[in-house]
Design a protein around this ligand. Structure first.
Ligand SMILES: Nc1ncnc2c1ncn2[C@@H]1O[C@H](COP(=O)(O)OP(=O)(O)OP(=O)(O)O)[C@@H](O)[C@H]1O
Ligand SMILES: [Mg+2]
Length: 363
């Protein structure tokens, strides 16, 4: 699939923009703070209803304005889609697909699939478990609506249960209601654990070969899912820790404490990997994600590369750019030197200058 165009009205630092992309490699270059990432963000919002940075709707609306509008045209094998997103300051956003309003954000899922790659992704292995869980969740959610709903139910119930644990301190009678929440927590938690395990298995089949290739046949990378508790024991364990949970007023077991580990040989590279190994493995992971999305949707996702090239040495840059020739890519960078030097195939170049975009016809 490809993004044909994006139209922005009062989105971030864009008052009015209409940008038409090529189906191959697109470069957005310009100095810092000119609006390059904002364009990728608008694409991401079109596919997922949310900012990749976790910004609130009102933060994306141009300063001094009350509303913002994103219109994205997506072309797939046979179909065209027009996605309209209306961001409002103090109200829920409006979303329409082919001019028909949709009620639930989940109805938008699957229309525009993207893989977003930013420099922070290169730190996923050395950062804390919450980042790795976020990776896990955002990837699976893109591919699986059922997981999206199970996870959101799990998180809601977890919040409620934790609130109840606090309330019980003051109103001990409330303790009788705890089993109701426990039952639901276990129900959704088991589904989340099961799907995460399956996802890691799928990813492993792809990441192994990719990493072997990047590392020049030297390294074998294996991901291991580290569930905080296996689904078969969740219920019993939750019961076992009940008194402790009541004492500390928080839920101490469950998939909200999961992690993924990364092994090269028998070395856990979260703890013992070199910086280079960690970053290369993160790159392998990201490339595997593209492949997995391709296999799952039977189409190519759009790849958004935010400033990552400058973070990679030329070997890894080559590897990345050579492995993405068949999918639409939108790349942001501050300069064009790297591309000219390495003579990569570039189809369209845009210069971004303070909320305006100029298409370059020659470099
Ligand atoms: N809601 C908003 N309204 C108007 N301008 C905004 C809004 N939010 C952010 N901006 C402006 O957008 C600009 C940042 O845009 P963006 O992050 O896309 O820059 P960039 O070109 O990617 O820069 P860098 O190379 O540093 O990553 C800043 O000048 C910022 O003030
Ligand atoms: Mg940026």
């Amino acid at each position: 699939m490809i993004i044909k165009s994006i139209e922005l009205k009062n989105f971030r630092n864009y008052e009015d923009l209409n940008i038409k992309f090529d189906s191959g490699t697109n470069i957005l270059y310009g100095d810092n703070a000119q609006g390059k990432t904002n364009i990728l963000e608008s694409a991401y919002v079109s596919g997922t209803t949310k900012s990749h940075k976790g910004s609130k709707d009102k933060e994306m609306i141009r300063f001094e304005e009350n509303e913002s509008h994103i219109r994205t045209l997506v072309e797939k094998k046979e179909k065209q889609y027009q996605i309209d997103i209306h961001l409002k300051k103090n109200k829920a956003k409006g979303i329409a697909v082919n001019k028909i309003p949709i009620k639930k954000a989940s109805e938008l899922f699957g229309i525009l699939n993207m893989v977003f790659f930013s420099p922070e992704d290169l730190n996923i292995i050395k950062n804390g478990p919450s980042e790795r869980r976020r990776f896990l969740d955002s990837e699976i959610c893109q591919l699986d609506k059922i997981y999206l709903s199970d996870l959101s139910n799990y998180n809601k119930i977890l919040l409620q249960r934790n609130k109840l644990l606090k309330d019980i301190v003051f109103k001990p009678d409330l303790r009788d209601t705890l089993p109701v929440w426990d039952m639901q927590l276990v129900e959704y938690g088991k589904k989340v654990i099961k799907r995460r395990r399956q996802f890691i298995e799928q990813l492993n089949e792809i990441v192994f070969g990719i990493h072997k290739n990047i590392s020049g046949n030297k390294e074998e990378l294996i991901l291991k899912y580290e569930p905080n508790i296996d689904e078969a024991f969740f219920e019993d364990e939750l019961n076992r820790v009940k008194e402790k949970d009541l004492k500390y007023t928080q839920t101490s077991v469950g998939p909200h404490r999961d992690d993924i580990s990364f092994f090269i040989g028998n070395i856990d590279i979260r703890k013992f990997g070199s910086q280079g190994q960690q970053r290369t493995s993160a790159l392998s992971l990201k490339l595997s994600e593209i492949e997995l999305v391709k296999q799952t949707i039977n189409d190519t996702p759009v790849l958004l590369l935010d400033d990552v090239l400058s973070e990679l040495d030329s070997n890894r840059q080559n590897f990345l750019l050579n492995s993405i020739h068949d999918i639409q890519t939108i790349i942001t960078c501050t300069g064009l030197d790297e591309f000219v030097k390495n003579r990569f195939q570039i189809d369209k170049v845009f210069h971004v200058v303070s909320g305006k975009v100029f298409e370059k016809t020659e470099m």
